[in-house]
Ligand binder design. Structure first.
Ligand code: OXD
Ligand code: MN
Length: 598
């Protein structure tokens, strides 16, 4: 065995023990240096893990292809392993820790034979910040190492922290045989441990991301009285130069990444607005000594969905991914650049598709279905600092103060464009009941609502009824809690056409939100919360069809009464663990609706 670059006994013992289990040929410690990264890229290209892209057009960029059945997070193979089943809650798959370790050990046994085991010390959050948590990931995948180097702060600076502190999340990953029948993503929150085996897909294997920063961190956050949330963080610089920060949670496919880095529309640009991006996926928030909630993004990169990304939907991301980016499962063009459905420009006349096969537009498979060039969940991994709107406060140890929390979903009807909760407790109810209608891309009945509280259903590492209690308690710890809002960019007219243009125009709604936070405008009280007076939304340079704003802001009594039935059904899954405050809020909503004229 090589000499260990640390004196931390707990770390050394654990690395040795895991090496005995997995049987790698050698162990390499990731130091965070440019030389080591370049060497790993070179090796990955040599063994076919990565394809080096056109270095003139896409400097520092690579393409990776996953196994065909390893293209997304596998929720049915993801488990929370707590001693008591109840602690995982009805929202998680559960396994007894001993049984889970035994089952996974059989797959890990000698899985790294003939391979290198990389040791990646990483910090989620700025190194040394009181907000941050340290993890160490052991992996036999160079692709994982190169992605972790983009997504987290890793290397010797983190090892330095571990000279003073024994507290780190033990993360073990092996590709093993990339076999879906021998794939497990296991979380042991009581042991501060994550074991992932049999997959090479980002969400399953970049263990700092969903596994540590949401599932394990949410469990720790409850104990330590802070919040680990599935939220973007952005700053909005007002015309007077003052920057206000917001955090927002949306289920997938609702435009979270696009919102995090929007470019102000022409009409508002004149006013001098500017957006500062801190993160597009995860927010860790703590109450600071001023009684406000402060947030950091624990990550340093974006792991975003490529299809649909273009200069109209997200011009800043198009800039971000021009260099030092790893593309996964996109189409390779003959000039060694990349393409995906919904990219700028026309489809190329030919290319190599995400499976590595020759591809031409509009070719069909044996069932007559169009073969896509890129997988619908094709991704890019890119450093936040590449983003033209990257915030200058990314490294600040205390983060940024949050003025507003925004929840959102995809609803054709029911939810208006924007409403504000009455107070923190009501805001928790709004977040706990948010949901999206299923689209054609998902399995299930079209239009059926899938509840996804705070967009955390797949990521909350413990019983969600306890998570709701935690949210309620956090409100009590803050002298100045953020105001809570709900948005819906997806409301449609009778013909099924979107009433609101979305994308950069969403800034108009953020402007109203900040005006509410700063007590600059009044609002109309409705049974569901406060909604804007239409004249308080700045529509300079944007013309909607007639009556569209009225339809966008309408609160329909019948639809909402129906909604309360769905909420009731959803709440039932938590049985008597559901905090009484939430049933009280539901009853109060029903009462207010009953007395509401149309
Ligand atoms: C993600 C997700 O990849 O939420 O960020 O699934
Ligand atoms: Mn996410």
């Amino acid at each position: 065995m090589e000499k260990m670059p640390t004196t931390n006994k707990k770390l050394i013992d654990w690395v040795n023990k895991m090496a005995r289990l997995c049987g790698p040929e050698r162990i390499v410690w990731i130091d965070g240096s440019e030389e080591q990264k370049l060497a790993l890229e070179k090796e990955s290209v040599a063994n076919g893990d990565l394809i080096r892209l056109n270095q003139e057009k896409l400097p520092g960029c690579f393409l990776h292809r996953t196994a065909h059945d390893d293209v997304a997070r596998t929720e049915h193979l993801t488990f929370i392993c707590t001693k008591k089943k109840k602690d995982a809650g009805p929202n998680n798959n559960w396994m007894r820790p001993q049984a889970a370790y035994q089952k996974a050990k059989k797959i890990f046994k000698s899985s790294m034979s003939g391979r290198t085991m990389y040791v990646i010390p990483f910090s989620m959050g700025p190194v040394g910040s009181p907000f941050s948590k340290i993890g160490v990931e052991l992996t036999d995948s160079r692709y994982v190492v190169l992605n972790m180097l983009i997504m987290t702060r890793c290397g010797n600076a983190v090892l330095g922290q571990l000279e003073k502190n024994d507290n780190f999340t033990k993360c073990l990953h092996s590709k093993a045989k990339l076999d879906i029948n021998n794939r497990l993503i296991l979380h042991f929150p009581e042991d501060n441990t994550i074991w992932s085996v049999g997959s090479g897909y980002g969400g399953n294997v970049l263990l700092g991301k969903k596994c540590l920063s949401l599932r394990i961190a949410s469990f720790q956050a409850k104990k330590e009285k802070w919040m680990a949330e599935h939220m973007l963080i952005m700053g909005i610089e007002e015309p007077n130069g003052h920057v206000e920060y917001i955090a927002a949670a949306f289920p997938s496919a609702c435009g979270k990444t696009n919102l995090a880095m929007l470019v102000p529309p022409e009409g508002l640009k004149k006013k001098g607005y500017r957006i500062w991006t801190l993160g597009d996926d995860i927010s860790w928030m703590r109450v600071d000594s001023d009684g406000s909630l402060w947030a950091v993004n624990p990550e340093t990169g974006f792991f975003g969905v490529a299809p649909g990304t273009n200069s109209k939907t997200n011009p800043n991301m198009v800039e971000t991914i021009r260099k030092n980016t790893i593309y996964t499962n996109v189409l390779l063009k003959p000039d060694n650049t990349v393409w995906w459905e919904g990219a700028d420009g026309d489809a190329p006349a030919q290319g190599i598709d995400w499976k590595g096969n020759p591809w031409k537009p509009n070719t069909t498979d044996s069932e007559g279905k169009i073969i896509k060039g890129a997988h619908p969940n094709a991704r890019f991994t890119a450093p936040i600092v590449n983003c033209p709107s990257a915030s200058f406060r990314l490294e600040q140890h205390h983060g940024v103060p949050i003025s507003a929390i925004i929840f959102g979903g995809r609803r054709e009807h029911v939810a208006p464009l924007i409403y504000q909760s009455f107070n923190w407790q009501h805001g928790v109810f709004v977040g706990a009941t948010m949901g999206s209608e299923l689209t054609a891309a998902q399995v299930g009945k079209l239009g059926q609502v899938r509840r996804d509280p705070m967009a955390m259903l797949p990521f909350c590492g413990y019983n969600m009824a306890e998570y709701f209690k935690h949210w309620l308690n956090m409100g009590k710890l803050m002298a100045k809690p953020p105001k809570i809002f709900h948005v819906n960019w997806f409301r449609t007219d009778k013909a099924g056409k979107f009433l609101w243009p979305g994308f950069c125009e969403n800034l108009r709604i953020l402007e109203w939100i900040l005006d509410r936070c700063n007590n600059k405008v009044n609002a109309m009280e409705t049974p569901i919360g406060y909604i804007p007076y239409p004249f308080d939304i700045d529509m300079t340079g944007l013309k909607l069809s007639e009556n569209a704003m009225d339809s966008l802001l309408k609160v329909n009594k019948e639809e909402w009464l129906e909604e309360t039935k769905g909420i009731n059904k959803f709440f039932a899954m938590f049985k008597k663990d559901l905090p009484k405050e939430l049933t009280d809020e539901l009853e109060a909503l029903m009462e207010r609706l009953k007395g509401y004229g149309q």
